[in-house]
Design a protein around this ligand. Structure first.
Ligand SMILES: Nc1nc2c(ncn2[C@@H]2O[C@H](COP(=O)(O)OP(=O)(O)OP(=O)(O)O)[C@@H](O)[C@H]2O)c(=O)[nH]1
Ligand SMILES: [Mg+2]
Length: 163
């Protein structure tokens, strides 16, 4: 599973920033999404889970990217997602799920991804799911709008750090 750490710096709210983790299995579409959102130019993944934790404190939001057409691994995607949300330092983070690759034949729709990820089991967690097609840029900004209004950051300049 890859991970990308991003920071959004608000231009309207002084130094307030939102820390957003973009997570998902390999090949889910994380890098494509970050490029589409113009969050940064250099994006990489880190293969080793122990290092992730350094970046968990003060994370306000998680974007979890799912390859909706990869039905063979949707169960693994679910396990990883719920394991991440167990992390103490992510207890307060909102979760935004991108059901990506909607253009591919056989892709699960948002309701099916919701079921497969067992999102109804989430307790005390603000979450939302969006259908996306990262290669066409579809659905991403709706997700970010929700994100923005929830974390109250508008007109943000966004920078990406990699770990
Ligand atoms: N058809 C289709 N392909 C997509 C979509 N999003 C991403 N891809 C393709 O899926 C492949 C993987 O996308 P990446 O953005 O590299 O995925 P990633 O999550 O960053 O993968 P890792 O860096 O390996 O963890 C690339 O070939 C993308 O072009 C989509 O919405 N539809
Ligand atoms: Mg990548």
């Amino acid at each position: 599973m890859g991970i990308v750490f991003t920071r959004m710096f608000s231009s309207l709210f002084g130094n307030r920033e939102a820390r957003i983790l973009v997570l998902g299995l390999d090949n889910a579409g994380k890098t494509t999404i970050l490029y589409r959102l113009q969050m940064g130019e250099v994006v990489s993944t880190i293969p080793s889970r122990p290092y992730w934790r350094c970046y968990f404190p003060n994370t306000q939001a998680i974007i979890y990217v799912v390859d909706s057409s990869d039905t063979d691994r949707i169960g693994i995607a679910k396990e990883e997602f719920h394991a991440i949300l167990e992390e103490d330092e992510l207890k307060g983070a909102i979760a935004l799920i991108f059901a990506n690759k909607q253009d591919l034949p056989g892709a699960l729709d948002a309701a099916a991804v919701t079921e497969a990820l067992e999102l109804h089991k989430l307790k005390n967690r603000q979450w939302a799911i969006f259908k996306t097609c990262a290669v066409k840029g579809e659905g991403l900004f709706e997700g970010m709008d929700w994100h923005s209004s929830t974390i109250i950051i508008y007109g943000a300049d966004v920078k990406t750090c990699t770990i």
